[in-house]
Design a protein. Structure first.
Length: 347
Protein backbone atom coordinates (compact mmCIF):
# COMPACT_ATOMS: atom_id res chain seq x y z
CA UNK A 1 0.00 0.00 0.00
CA UNK A 2 1.40 3.40 -0.98
CA UNK A 3 1.95 5.92 1.79
CA UNK A 4 -0.52 8.79 2.00
CA UNK A 5 1.27 12.09 1.51
CA UNK A 6 0.25 14.58 4.22
CA UNK A 7 1.29 18.08 5.16
CA UNK A 8 0.62 17.25 8.81
CA UNK A 9 -0.42 14.11 10.68
CA UNK A 10 -2.14 14.73 14.01
CA UNK A 11 -2.06 11.80 16.42
CA UNK A 12 -5.09 12.13 18.67
CA UNK A 13 -8.64 13.32 17.92
CA UNK A 14 -9.45 14.81 21.30
CA UNK A 15 -10.26 18.51 21.77
CA UNK A 16 -6.66 19.67 21.34
CA UNK A 17 -6.15 17.58 18.21
CA UNK A 18 -9.39 18.90 16.72
CA UNK A 19 -8.48 22.51 17.51
CA UNK A 20 -5.06 21.89 15.97
CA UNK A 21 -6.86 21.09 12.70
CA UNK A 22 -8.57 24.50 12.90
CA UNK A 23 -5.41 26.47 13.70
CA UNK A 24 -3.49 24.77 10.88
CA UNK A 25 -6.41 25.33 8.53
CA UNK A 26 -6.35 29.06 9.18
CA UNK A 27 -2.77 29.00 7.89
CA UNK A 28 -3.77 27.02 4.81
CA UNK A 29 -2.31 23.73 6.06
CA UNK A 30 -4.26 20.45 5.80
CA UNK A 31 -4.16 17.55 8.25
CA UNK A 32 -4.85 13.85 8.61
CA UNK A 33 -6.06 12.90 12.10
CA UNK A 34 -5.39 9.45 13.61
CA UNK A 35 -6.89 7.98 16.77
CA UNK A 36 -7.16 4.56 18.39
CA UNK A 37 -10.78 5.26 19.38
CA UNK A 38 -13.68 4.72 16.99
CA UNK A 39 -14.92 8.32 17.10
CA UNK A 40 -13.39 11.78 17.59
CA UNK A 41 -13.46 13.22 21.08
CA UNK A 42 -10.80 11.48 23.15
CA UNK A 43 -11.45 11.49 26.89
CA UNK A 44 -14.46 13.76 26.47
CA UNK A 45 -16.38 11.28 24.33
CA UNK A 46 -15.21 8.09 26.02
CA UNK A 47 -15.20 9.03 29.70
CA UNK A 48 -17.66 11.84 30.34
CA UNK A 49 -19.75 12.77 27.26
CA UNK A 50 -22.62 14.20 29.30
CA UNK A 51 -20.59 15.90 32.00
CA UNK A 52 -20.53 19.72 32.01
CA UNK A 53 -17.32 21.70 31.47
CA UNK A 54 -17.24 25.22 32.93
CA UNK A 55 -13.87 26.67 31.91
CA UNK A 56 -14.11 26.97 28.12
CA UNK A 57 -13.84 30.70 27.27
CA UNK A 58 -17.17 32.34 26.32
CA UNK A 59 -19.12 29.13 27.10
CA UNK A 60 -20.29 29.34 30.74
CA UNK A 61 -21.25 25.68 30.57
CA UNK A 62 -20.69 23.13 27.82
CA UNK A 63 -21.26 19.38 27.73
CA UNK A 64 -18.15 17.39 26.87
CA UNK A 65 -19.74 15.84 23.78
CA UNK A 66 -21.16 19.24 22.85
CA UNK A 67 -17.63 20.65 22.97
CA UNK A 68 -16.40 17.92 20.64
CA UNK A 69 -19.31 18.52 18.26
CA UNK A 70 -18.56 22.26 18.19
CA UNK A 71 -14.87 21.61 17.52
CA UNK A 72 -15.78 19.24 14.67
CA UNK A 73 -18.04 21.92 13.20
CA UNK A 74 -15.27 24.50 13.55
CA UNK A 75 -12.75 22.22 11.81
CA UNK A 76 -15.16 21.23 9.03
CA UNK A 77 -14.13 23.95 6.51
CA UNK A 78 -10.64 22.50 6.43
CA UNK A 79 -11.77 18.99 5.49
CA UNK A 80 -9.61 16.97 7.89
CA UNK A 81 -9.19 13.32 6.96
CA UNK A 82 -9.89 10.98 9.89
CA UNK A 83 -8.37 7.53 10.35
CA UNK A 84 -10.01 6.07 13.45
CA UNK A 85 -10.09 2.81 15.37
CA UNK A 86 -6.41 2.00 14.91
CA UNK A 87 -3.45 2.88 17.13
CA UNK A 88 -0.36 4.55 15.70
CA UNK A 89 2.39 1.96 16.02
CA UNK A 90 5.29 3.47 14.05
CA UNK A 91 6.76 6.96 13.86
CA UNK A 92 10.24 7.80 12.66
CA UNK A 93 12.09 10.46 10.71
CA UNK A 94 13.00 9.71 7.10
CA UNK A 95 16.25 10.72 5.38
CA UNK A 96 14.27 13.36 3.51
CA UNK A 97 13.41 15.04 6.81
CA UNK A 98 9.77 13.98 6.50
CA UNK A 99 8.15 11.40 8.75
CA UNK A 100 6.93 7.83 8.35
CA UNK A 101 3.75 7.16 10.34
CA UNK A 102 1.88 3.84 10.41
CA UNK A 103 -1.16 2.62 12.33
CA UNK A 104 -2.28 -0.86 13.30
CA UNK A 105 -4.71 -0.93 10.36
CA UNK A 106 -1.66 -0.90 8.09
CA UNK A 107 -2.23 2.63 6.77
CA UNK A 108 1.03 4.51 6.25
CA UNK A 109 1.70 8.22 5.88
CA UNK A 110 4.54 10.34 4.57
CA UNK A 111 4.14 13.52 6.63
CA UNK A 112 5.89 16.86 6.58
CA UNK A 113 5.26 17.34 10.29
CA UNK A 114 3.59 15.44 13.12
CA UNK A 115 1.57 16.72 16.07
CA UNK A 116 1.10 14.36 19.00
CA UNK A 117 -2.15 15.33 20.73
CA UNK A 118 -2.64 11.98 22.39
CA UNK A 119 -3.90 13.15 25.78
CA UNK A 120 -2.49 10.77 28.34
CA UNK A 121 -1.93 8.04 25.77
CA UNK A 122 -4.19 5.60 24.01
CA UNK A 123 -7.21 4.42 25.96
CA UNK A 124 -7.65 0.75 26.72
CA UNK A 125 -10.74 -0.74 28.37
CA UNK A 126 -10.37 -1.92 31.95
CA UNK A 127 -10.83 -5.65 31.54
CA UNK A 128 -13.18 -7.88 33.46
CA UNK A 129 -10.33 -9.76 35.15
CA UNK A 130 -11.88 -13.25 35.29
CA UNK A 131 -9.73 -16.26 34.43
CA UNK A 132 -10.30 -17.33 30.82
CA UNK A 133 -12.13 -14.14 29.80
CA UNK A 134 -9.75 -13.33 26.96
CA UNK A 135 -11.06 -16.32 24.96
CA UNK A 136 -14.50 -14.68 24.77
CA UNK A 137 -13.52 -11.03 24.35
CA UNK A 138 -15.02 -9.64 21.18
CA UNK A 139 -17.38 -12.63 20.90
CA UNK A 140 -19.40 -12.83 24.11
CA UNK A 141 -17.53 -10.49 26.45
CA UNK A 142 -17.58 -6.86 25.40
CA UNK A 143 -16.25 -3.51 26.63
CA UNK A 144 -18.45 -1.35 24.44
CA UNK A 145 -21.69 -1.73 22.48
CA UNK A 146 -20.93 -1.57 18.78
CA UNK A 147 -24.29 -2.62 17.33
CA UNK A 148 -27.05 -2.30 19.92
CA UNK A 149 -29.66 -4.22 17.92
CA UNK A 150 -27.50 -7.37 17.90
CA UNK A 151 -28.16 -7.94 21.61
CA UNK A 152 -31.88 -7.25 21.83
CA UNK A 153 -33.65 -10.27 23.35
CA UNK A 154 -30.37 -11.89 24.45
CA UNK A 155 -29.62 -12.70 28.09
CA UNK A 156 -27.26 -9.93 29.20
CA UNK A 157 -25.18 -9.41 32.33
CA UNK A 158 -23.90 -5.84 32.52
CA UNK A 159 -21.17 -4.84 34.99
CA UNK A 160 -20.36 -1.32 36.14
CA UNK A 161 -21.67 1.65 38.07
CA UNK A 162 -20.97 4.53 35.70
CA UNK A 163 -23.01 6.29 33.04
CA UNK A 164 -22.22 3.83 30.25
CA UNK A 165 -23.29 0.80 32.32
CA UNK A 166 -26.51 2.36 33.59
CA UNK A 167 -27.45 3.81 30.20
CA UNK A 168 -27.27 0.37 28.56
CA UNK A 169 -28.92 -1.40 31.50
CA UNK A 170 -31.87 0.99 31.29
CA UNK A 171 -32.00 0.92 27.51
CA UNK A 172 -32.06 -2.85 27.16
CA UNK A 173 -34.28 -3.53 30.17
CA UNK A 174 -36.70 -0.88 28.96
CA UNK A 175 -37.01 -2.76 25.65
CA UNK A 176 -37.74 -6.09 27.33
CA UNK A 177 -34.27 -7.64 26.97
CA UNK A 178 -33.44 -9.85 30.00
CA UNK A 179 -30.77 -7.92 31.93
CA UNK A 180 -28.90 -8.56 35.16
CA UNK A 181 -26.94 -5.57 36.41
CA UNK A 182 -23.94 -6.17 38.67
CA UNK A 183 -22.09 -3.44 40.54
CA UNK A 184 -19.52 -3.97 43.28
CA UNK A 185 -20.90 -1.42 45.74
CA UNK A 186 -24.04 0.49 46.66
CA UNK A 187 -22.74 3.87 45.45
CA UNK A 188 -22.81 4.77 41.75
CA UNK A 189 -20.80 7.12 39.56
CA UNK A 190 -23.69 7.42 37.11
CA UNK A 191 -26.12 10.34 37.01
CA UNK A 192 -28.72 10.10 39.81
CA UNK A 193 -31.55 10.09 37.26
CA UNK A 194 -30.06 6.99 35.61
CA UNK A 195 -29.77 5.21 38.96
CA UNK A 196 -33.37 6.13 39.79
CA UNK A 197 -34.53 4.76 36.43
CA UNK A 198 -32.62 1.50 37.06
CA UNK A 199 -34.34 1.17 40.45
CA UNK A 200 -37.74 1.75 38.81
CA UNK A 201 -37.10 -1.01 36.28
CA UNK A 202 -35.88 -3.30 39.05
CA UNK A 203 -39.03 -2.63 41.11
CA UNK A 204 -41.16 -3.36 38.04
CA UNK A 205 -39.41 -6.73 37.62
CA UNK A 206 -37.84 -5.73 34.30
CA UNK A 207 -34.27 -6.25 35.44
CA UNK A 208 -32.28 -7.84 38.25
CA UNK A 209 -29.69 -5.89 40.20
CA UNK A 210 -26.95 -7.54 42.27
CA UNK A 211 -24.36 -5.84 44.41
CA UNK A 212 -21.33 -8.07 44.00
CA UNK A 213 -18.28 -9.13 42.01
CA UNK A 214 -17.69 -11.54 39.14
CA UNK A 215 -16.04 -14.75 40.33
CA UNK A 216 -15.76 -17.14 37.39
CA UNK A 217 -17.17 -17.94 33.97
CA UNK A 218 -19.60 -20.72 33.07
CA UNK A 219 -18.70 -22.28 29.74
CA UNK A 220 -18.99 -25.29 27.49
CA UNK A 221 -15.87 -26.56 25.80
CA UNK A 222 -12.35 -25.22 26.02
CA UNK A 223 -10.07 -22.66 24.42
CA UNK A 224 -11.34 -20.96 21.25
CA UNK A 225 -14.02 -23.59 20.68
CA UNK A 226 -15.64 -22.73 24.02
CA UNK A 227 -19.09 -21.16 24.36
CA UNK A 228 -19.89 -18.81 27.22
CA UNK A 229 -22.99 -19.85 29.16
CA UNK A 230 -22.92 -17.38 32.04
CA UNK A 231 -21.03 -16.10 35.03
CA UNK A 232 -20.78 -16.75 38.78
CA UNK A 233 -21.19 -13.58 40.84
CA UNK A 234 -20.45 -13.38 44.55
CA UNK A 235 -22.89 -11.02 46.21
CA UNK A 236 -21.91 -8.50 48.87
CA UNK A 237 -23.72 -10.71 51.39
CA UNK A 238 -21.63 -13.73 50.40
CA UNK A 239 -24.32 -15.40 48.26
CA UNK A 240 -23.02 -17.04 45.08
CA UNK A 241 -25.29 -16.24 42.13
CA UNK A 242 -25.30 -18.40 39.02
CA UNK A 243 -26.24 -16.09 36.15
CA UNK A 244 -27.01 -17.56 32.74
CA UNK A 245 -25.98 -15.22 29.94
CA UNK A 246 -25.42 -15.00 26.22
CA UNK A 247 -23.24 -11.91 26.53
CA UNK A 248 -21.36 -10.05 29.27
CA UNK A 249 -20.69 -6.33 29.10
CA UNK A 250 -18.09 -4.76 31.38
CA UNK A 251 -18.12 -0.97 31.66
CA UNK A 252 -15.30 -0.33 34.10
CA UNK A 253 -14.01 2.70 32.24
CA UNK A 254 -10.82 3.14 30.29
CA UNK A 255 -7.26 3.53 31.41
CA UNK A 256 -4.56 5.42 29.53
CA UNK A 257 -1.49 3.67 28.18
CA UNK A 258 1.48 5.58 26.80
CA UNK A 259 2.04 2.64 24.49
CA UNK A 260 4.24 3.02 21.39
CA UNK A 261 4.89 6.74 22.10
CA UNK A 262 7.51 5.60 24.60
CA UNK A 263 9.43 3.85 21.79
CA UNK A 264 9.67 6.80 19.37
CA UNK A 265 12.91 8.25 20.70
CA UNK A 266 11.38 11.45 22.07
CA UNK A 267 12.53 12.98 25.37
CA UNK A 268 10.14 12.05 28.16
CA UNK A 269 9.57 13.29 31.68
CA UNK A 270 7.15 11.33 33.88
CA UNK A 271 5.38 9.76 30.89
CA UNK A 272 4.94 13.12 29.15
CA UNK A 273 6.75 14.57 26.12
CA UNK A 274 9.10 17.45 26.86
CA UNK A 275 8.46 20.49 24.65
CA UNK A 276 9.60 24.10 24.43
CA UNK A 277 7.08 26.88 25.02
CA UNK A 278 7.79 28.79 21.80
CA UNK A 279 6.96 26.07 19.30
CA UNK A 280 5.70 23.17 21.46
CA UNK A 281 8.21 21.09 19.56
CA UNK A 282 9.55 17.86 21.03
CA UNK A 283 13.20 16.82 21.08
CA UNK A 284 12.82 15.80 17.41
CA UNK A 285 12.45 18.80 15.05
CA UNK A 286 9.21 18.51 13.10
CA UNK A 287 7.40 16.54 15.80
CA UNK A 288 5.24 18.70 18.04
CA UNK A 289 3.09 17.88 21.07
CA UNK A 290 0.04 19.69 22.47
CA UNK A 291 -2.39 19.00 25.28
CA UNK A 292 -2.04 16.61 28.19
CA UNK A 293 0.66 14.53 26.49
CA UNK A 294 3.27 17.29 26.81
CA UNK A 295 5.16 18.83 29.71
CA UNK A 296 7.10 22.05 30.28
CA UNK A 297 7.76 24.33 33.28
CA UNK A 298 4.43 25.61 34.58
CA UNK A 299 2.36 23.12 32.57
CA UNK A 300 -1.32 22.96 33.49
CA UNK A 301 -3.45 20.11 32.15
CA UNK A 302 -6.39 22.21 31.01
CA UNK A 303 -8.23 22.11 27.68
CA UNK A 304 -7.86 25.86 27.29
CA UNK A 305 -4.07 25.55 27.78
CA UNK A 306 -4.02 22.92 25.03
CA UNK A 307 -5.87 25.32 22.72
CA UNK A 308 -3.20 27.98 23.29
CA UNK A 309 -0.47 25.41 22.61
CA UNK A 310 -2.16 24.38 19.35
CA UNK A 311 -2.25 28.00 18.15
CA UNK A 312 1.48 28.54 18.69
CA UNK A 313 2.34 25.09 17.34
CA UNK A 314 0.49 25.89 14.10
CA UNK A 315 2.79 28.85 13.36
CA UNK A 316 5.85 26.76 14.22
CA UNK A 317 4.63 23.98 11.92
CA UNK A 318 4.07 26.48 9.10
CA UNK A 319 7.65 27.69 9.50
CA UNK A 320 8.95 24.11 9.65
CA UNK A 321 7.14 23.16 6.43
CA UNK A 322 7.69 26.41 4.54
CA UNK A 323 10.74 28.18 6.06
CA UNK A 324 10.96 30.68 3.18
CA UNK A 325 7.38 31.83 3.63
CA UNK A 326 6.89 35.11 5.46
CA UNK A 327 4.54 34.80 8.40
CA UNK A 328 1.78 37.29 9.10
CA UNK A 329 -0.58 37.24 12.03
CA UNK A 330 -4.00 37.71 10.45
CA UNK A 331 -7.26 38.09 12.34
CA UNK A 332 -10.33 36.04 11.50
CA UNK A 333 -12.51 39.13 12.04
CA UNK A 334 -10.93 41.16 9.23
CA UNK A 335 -8.71 39.00 6.99
CA UNK A 336 -10.20 38.22 3.53
CA UNK A 337 -7.76 35.27 3.28
CA UNK A 338 -9.07 33.85 6.56
CA UNK A 339 -12.67 34.41 5.47
CA UNK A 340 -12.03 32.52 2.25
CA UNK A 341 -10.45 29.59 4.09
CA UNK A 342 -13.34 29.53 6.55
CA UNK A 343 -15.91 29.68 3.75
CA UNK A 344 -17.47 32.91 5.04
CA UNK A 345 -16.48 35.19 2.14
CA UNK A 346 -18.91 38.06 1.82
CA UNK A 347 -20.33 37.74 5.31
Amino acid sequence: MNAISAEVVIIGAGPCGLFQVFELGLLGISAHVLDSLQAPGGQCTELYPDKPIYDIPALPVCGAQELVDRLMQQAHPFNPQFHLGAEVCELHRLESGRFHVKNTAGTTFDAGAVVIAAGVGSFQPRRIGIEGAEVFEGRQIHYRVRSAADYLGKRLVIFGGGDSALDWVNDYAGKGTPVTHVHRRSEFRAAPASVARMRELEAAGKLRHIEGLAQSLIQDGADHAATLRGVHVKGADGTLHVLEADHLFAFFGLHPKLGPIAEWGLDLEKKALKVDTEKFQTSVPGIFAVGDINTYPGKKKLILSGFHEAALAAFAIQHHLYPQKKQFLQYTTTSPVMHKRLGVTGS
